[in-house]
Ligand binder design. Sequence first.
Ligand SMILES: *Cc1c(COP(=O)(O)O)cnc(C)c1O
Length: 345
Amino acid sequence: MSTAALAIDLDAIAANWTALARLSQAETAAVVKADAYGLGAGRIARALARAGARRFFVAVAEEGAAVREAVGPGPEIGVFAGHMRGDTDMIADLGLTPMLNTLDQVTRHLEALPGHPFGVQLDTGMNRLGMEWDEWAAVAEIILAQNPVLLMSHLACADEPGHPMNPYQLDIFHQMTDGLGVPRSLSATGGVLLGPDYHFDVTRPGIGLYGGAPFDRARPVIRLDLPVVQIRALTTGEVVGYGNSWQATRPSRIATLSGGYADGLLRSLSHKAVFWHEDRPCPLVGRVSMDLITVDITDLPDDPAYLTLLGPHQGVDDLATQAGTIGYEILTSLGPRYDRRYLSG
Ligand SMILES: *Cc1c(COP(=O)(O)O)cnc(C)c1O
């Protein structure tokens, strides 16, 4: 086996959902967009449905197919992008619930699929998706008469608990939705952690399910082991990899691992990342290339069969820091070449 092994702990994902559900004084949905943050939407949606999740969200209608197949006809699958042109058949056939973002989408939905469930996304200041206040004020009455299943908005700064944008958006959301008698949703993972004022009727955690910040108490979900393809000895002064960017300052042993930027091991990890052999750190040396990574194992007493990049000593957010990015990007970059193994039970 020369592809790296990506172990995905379904029990840990279910436990993280349950923990966030306990914190949420509300129904807790599960966000499984982008193939469940790169980890496999079908397997994960099924595990979360078994743990009790009854509502899922995806970014675009196409992503609803795998989730519907996994969870069967019962659970609601919301679509953040709403009802886009060309999506009507998919929304109808898969039984998706679009979160309508614009007047055009409202018109399209009510004309094409009258009586089909929908939600409405409202913009409370992020200026990304959803209807603005004046638009909403103009059409709320007409839309409310069609019985939306959810009014939702999204927080821009929820990962910073002290940020003034949080209470600002909370206030706007109240003003836009108080007294309308429709279930409401404001919070993703960060908002769940801001406390019950932010929970309303439905919370929408994503990253926290997959073990990422800002849910510090999450159980780690993934382990990534890269097999060693070759080990060589270098004399002082020899160089490694593209651009000769690393030079041995002592006699060294270099392991070449199977895995590279084509697998989402970002090139910005060059010279920065650390691999692990049990409790011993081994620095990545030279540049990350498409399929291969070189690691200095001079200080190991023996020759490892593989080295660990994500595991007990180093989580997704640690690696994100080394790469200069966030855990979300590390997860969603993990490529299709891994041997994904789902652990459960
Ligand atoms: C991605 C997303 C979520 C989930 O966010 P996390 O930070 O991963 O918990 C929730 N709501 C919307 C609108 C999103 O785009």
